[in-house]
Design a protein around this ligand. Structure first.
Ligand code: NIG
Ligand code: FE
Length: 392
């Protein structure tokens, strides 16, 4: 069954071979989907015949967002902590422990229900692929069940046993590192694609992070790092050393960090929701783009530092406060995320890729930044199937 979407005012393919600029934009365009895969892209006047048609009525179409960084397995919320921060309190890694208590106390059913609710929010905001981490269980049993639940909903599952040292290991960080890279890793390895470490002030240091990531790599997991969020440090350099798919946060970057990222295969994943919600200083994406680094944008959805599932919100903040151009922001939220997950089948509207796309109630993707806070999502299509339709 083939489907042609015609009369698209602006089709941002995010494939520079197909259209203008980084957004690969084609005006007055059409796209054809066959068997869940994109089979044709071009001018509306040249569209081949298809079994079914959707008239886009001049709206913009973009690739589905790829949210390459989220923490969706948790219970409870921390609104009071957010309110305290907005009154001047500083964010610290320690807040994670309160979510750990709620998560351990929750039933499997409640954890999965919360995950399903958040996936619904992501889908309705245009996300067609998401990653999720464990990291609020921090015991063998609770990390394992988090990942067992996660893998039923996404192939992008990440083991984050090294989020913080939990209360029950207070003063025994070395014992906890042994647990994470030994018994915990053995238990979860079959359920995770990635291994992540929070390498930062108040979490894990460089040596601990290296040990844990190396243990994960030896078990067949691919590495990624939470790096340089709370302080400048060696996290980004470690990400490059270990050929991580991504160094995430990158709030504090030295010139050497930027040079290392630009000369590597490691994506710099920026998370505007975290700076917004912790009142941190935004990193300046211009430095990364000027050096030639690959940049991704993601939600970092979690109950502490960034409780948003909205990629359009993150794009708007990235444009306004991190100095992305609208084109760079769109590319980073789609192709950048695909790169950060080392996925070649998603991220752009190129022939042969999965038919994951979003129709906007707007004439161009620039409106994602231009109309902040306004829900512009008209339709979300994943693998050629409509997953969300406005008012339906
Ligand atoms: O990505 N940085 C570490 N982890 C999360 C925060 C988790 C929390 O505060 O609950 C983050 O910001
Ligand atoms: Fe995170």
């Amino acid at each position: 069954m083939s489907l042609a979407i015609t009369n698209i005012g602006s089709l941002a393919t995010c494939d520079e071979n197909l259209g203008a600029g980084l957004a690969g934009e084609i005006q007055n365009a059409a796209i054809v989907i066959d068997g869940g895969i994109i089979s044709w892209v071009g001018k509306a006047g040249e569209v081949p015949a298809a079994d079914e048609q959707i008239d886009a009525e001049g709206k913009a179409v973009i690739p589905g967002f790829v949210d390459s960084h989220a923490h969706l397995l948790f219970a409870g919320e921390r609104a009071k902590e957010f309110a305290a921060r907005m009154s001047g309190e500083k964010y610290s890694a320690g807040g994670i422990k309160s979510t750990v208590s709620h998560t351990r106390a929750a039933s499997d059913k409640d954890l999965e229900q919360n995950l399903i609710h958040l996936i619904g929010e992501l889908t309705n905001s245009g996300v067609t692929t998401f990653e999720t981490k464990s990291g609020y269980g921090l015991s063998v049993k609770d990390e394992l069940r988090s990942l067992e639940i996660a893998k039923c909903h996404t192939q992008e599952t990440t083991f984050l046993g090294a989020h913080v040292v939990p209360e029950d290991f207070a003063g025994r960080a070395d014992d906890y590192v042994e647990l994470v890279k030994g018994e915990m890793l053995d238990a979860v390895a079959g359920n995770a694609k990635w291994i992540d470490v929070f390498c930062d002030e108040g979490a894990f240091d460089i040596d601990q992070s290296r040990e844990i990531l190396r243990a994960g790599i030896a078990k067949g997991l691919a590495p990624r790092i939470h790096a340089n969020q709370l302080a400048a440090g060696g996290g980004v350099q470690l990400a490059v050393e270990l050929e991580c798919a991504s160094a995430d946060h990158c709030t504090h970057l030295s010139d050497n960090d930027i040079e290392a990222l630009a000369g590597s295969n490691t994506v710099a994943t920026l998370l505007p929701g975290a700076e917004f919600s912790t009142r941190a200083v935004y990193p300046d994406a211009r430095r990364l783009f000027a050096a030639g680094a690959t940049v991704a944008l993601a939600t970092d959805c979690n109950p502490g530092s960034s409780y948003t599932t909205s990629m359009p919100f993150c794009i708007a903040v990235a444009i306004r406060d991190m100095h992305f151009t609208p084109e760079q922001a769109l590319w980073s939220a789609t192709m950048g995320g695909a790169n950060a997950l080392r996925r070649e089948d998603i991220g752009s509207l190129s022939v042969g890729k999965s038919a994951d796309l979003v129709m906007l109630n707007a004439p161009s993707f620039i409106h994602l930044g231009y109309r902040p806070g306004v829900d512009l999502i008209n339709k979300v299509i994943k693998d050629g199937t409509i997953r969300y339709e406005e008012n339906k």
